[in-house]
Design a protein around this ligand. Sequence first.
Ligand SMILES: [Zn+2]
Length: 158
Amino acid sequence: MKVLNLRCAHHHAFEGWFGSEEDFLDQNARKVIECPMCADKSISRLPSAPRLNLSGAREPAQPAADKSLAVAKPAASPAELSPADMQALWLQAVDHVLQNTEDVGESFPEEARRIHYGESAHRGIRGQATAHERAALAEEGIEVMALPLPAGLKGPAH
Ligand SMILES: [Zn+2]
């Protein structure tokens, strides 16, 4: 006997027992297989469980990317992430920004301009800017990202 994972056109998943794969193909071609939930006869076969497990096992073998790439490519799709996972990813992203930027504090808008116009070394910076200042920078073509930091990561005030 062979147990196949099947699905109807309405996405009801169910198991079907057949003597062989050919039996399934033959019965399906003759439309004698019905969905037990809605009696639909448009039955398709889902990949068998062993195949799914195999493809899942291959993923961690991919070369480990750096931190920023890990954030950009979470293992699961966003819909599958729990709020705790989302928070962990967010904290990872924040941590990455903190590790890779220089804190210039209140002089952020001024320093961002200097870097943009080549008067200061090109580097990632972070600091405080009001919405108005960010809008002014954007008008000059300077990309600025607002990053609301979790309260615990703000550190001592400068
Ligand atoms: Zn169905």
